[in-house]
Design a protein around this ligand. Structure first.
Ligand SMILES: C[S@@+](CC[C@H](N)C(=O)[O-])C[C@H]1O[C@@H](n2cnc3c(N)ncnc32)[C@H](O)[C@@H]1O
Length: 292
């Protein structure tokens, strides 16, 4: 590994262990944008430094130049995944933005339950599920509204591109502080107490399939979705890319299906004509040409 990529040195805290030059920051930003869609503006420079410095120490590489060279090399595939994992923001919570779950349980599930009873299938997607608290909340909401759901053809796909978060989601074990964010009756019904932690019950797990999926790549779905949660994910993407993803959501959302997005996100681009806003961050798919 060489240190040839140091380039011009930007303003840097002299007490810092490593130097991150403008050129190195720009190379990292380009890689992250092309691999994950995440837009790293100059304002994210300190965040990039603090998240990646741990990787440099761990790998014992001498500087950012050597790290970038390694990540770009044939043997750096694994580290590229670690880099993306380190850069992604995985903040999440049980029942985050509770109005979405009130709407799902109170207005959407009664209709979907009737469809399930008629033998139809129902599909939900938590796109950018982080450590699983969002899809487990969806599963709790489904079961609260329709306790027999597991006997019918209902599945929740939970996907993320950060393999570390996805491992935690599959494990389904959360600290006492995390589970304390749930209404106690729901926590006690759907989570097993293991020491101080809470572990998702089999009943919840049976409804969810966890998968690695990068929103930038192909979406290999056989069926369309009735409900999509993609919250606090696209906010990290540039406007054009957000608009493209919203259009792709329309292409995999059934007419009449629902899309929930994050509190500081808004649907943009051509999808706006097919997604009717029914709440601040809730949309109903009403494709031009009407609902069949
Ligand atoms: C802030 S978390 C949001 C978690 C959850 N949706 C919520 O609102 O609580 C954003 C998640 O999006 C994932 N993500 C970012 N870029 C992605 C991409 N290109 N494809 C799939 N997931 C992505 C991150 O790994 C992270 O787990």
């Amino acid at each position: 590994m060489s240190t040839a990529l140091n380039g011009a040195v930007a303003k840097q805290d002299p007490g810092r262990e490593y130097v991150l030059t403008d050129k190195q920051f720009s190379l990292i930003a380009t890689l992250v944008r092309s691999e994950a869609g995440i837009n790293l503006t100059e304002a994210k420079r300190d965040l990039v430094y603090s998240r990646l410095v741990k990787r440099l120490r761990r790998l014992q590489v001498p500087d950012f130049g050597a790290y970038i060279e390694y990540v770009g090399s044939a043997s750096g595939n694994e580290e590229r995944r670690e880099l993306i994992s380190a850069i992604t923001t995985n903040v999440t919570n049980f029942f985050r933005e509770p109005h979405h779950f009130e709407h799902l349980g109170g207005a959407v599930m009664p209709v979907l339950a009737e469809r399930l009873k008629r033998g139809e299938s129902v599909r939900m997607w938590s796109a950018g599920c982080s450590d699983g608290r969002e899809p487990y909340t969806i599963a709790c909401t489904v079961l609260q509204a329709f306790p027999e759901a597991a006997r019918y053809n209902l599945k929740i796909l939970a996907s993320d591109l950060d393999h570390n978060s996805l491992e935690k989601a599959k494990e389904g074990r959360y600290s006492a502080e995390m589970v304390s964010r749930m209404p106690p009756a729901i926590r006690d019904r759907y989570f097993k107490r293991v020491g101080d932690s809470g572990e998702a019950s089999q009943q919840l797990r049976d409804l969810i399939a966890f998968r690695f999926l990068n929103l930038l790549n192909d979406w290999p779905f056989k069926q369309k979705f009735d409900v999509i949660f993609c919250r606090n994910v696209l906010i990290y993407f540039e406007q054009d890319l957000q608009a493209q993803i919203f259009s792709r959501f329309c292409s995999v959302l059934k007419p009449g299906g629902h899309l929930y997005i994050g509190h500081s996100e808004r649907v943009s681009g051509p999808a706006m004509k097919d997604l009717r806003q029914i709440g601040i961050t809730s949309y109903r798919h009403e494709p031009t040409g009407g609902i069949k």
